[in-house]
Write a protein that binds this ligand. Structure first.
Ligand code: AMP
Length: 190
């Protein structure tokens, strides 16, 4: 079982790399952003709470996120090939909660893969995605807030995972095939 945290700023390519990994390795996938957008679409209570945070570029409170995560993880059964965590954890308390949740099940994270992309490139990609996909939080003002949140609350996880001894840095821009090749060599070496 290879549980992977795919990590990086908004627009760093976590979703794209996840799709390629799912195809190649048959992993399951949890995108907390997709889970929340789905709740919003269905008009649930959670969706209503989440919308305010998402449209303002802020993170949903940790306790809400951790509950969602455990139930999605358990939906994959006990003997899966591995789960890709995409967009989670985003804070140190989330990383700690993830570690506890997995260890209660006798599981662990095998690798954290950081996709490192310069800020200018992130802005260009997110603005383009906003025009193409119409995501409500892909507008210049909210993107800026999300990047600030990434720097202040999420990027400290790089050191946290270095201390866990499972951090892997990948240059997340340039040729897609090269980026995915780097991701595969991390996975193949676990
Ligand atoms: P994403 O699709 O991963 O870029 O997430 C979109 C938005 O959903 C984020 O800007 C947050 O508002 C919210 N969100 C997604 N994942 C998390 C998380 N792990 N913790 C808190 N908020 C999250």
């Amino acid at each position: 079982m290879k549980n992977i945290v795919i990590f990086g700023a908004p627009g760093s390519g976590k979703g794209t790399q996840s799709d390629l990994m799912i195809k190649k390795y048959g992993f399951n996938h949890i995108s907390t952003g997709d889970v929340l957008r789905n709740e919003i679409k269905q008009g649930t209570e959670l969706g209503k709470t989440a919308k305010g945070y998402i449209d303002n570029g802020q993170l949903i409170p940790d306790d809400l996120m951790v509950n969602i995560l455990a139930s999605v993880y358990d939906s994959f059964g006990k003997d899966h090939k591995g789960v890709i965590f995409d967009g989670f954890p985003r804070t140190i308390p989330q990383a700690e909660a993830l570690k506890v949740m997995l260890s209660e099940r006798g599981h662990k994270i095998a690798a954290m893969i950081e996709l490192d992309v310069p800020e200018e490139e992130l802005m260009t990609r997110l603005i383009r995605r906003g025009q193409e996909c119409g995501r409500s939080d892909d507008n210049a003002e909210t993107i800026k807030k999300r990047l600030d949140v990434y720097h202040n609350q999420t990027s400290p996880l790089i050191n946290w995972y270095k201390k866990e001894g499972i951090h892997n840095h990948i240059k997340g821009y340039g040729e897609l095939d090269r980026i995915f090749g780097d991701v595969c060599s991390v996975i193949d070496n676990i």
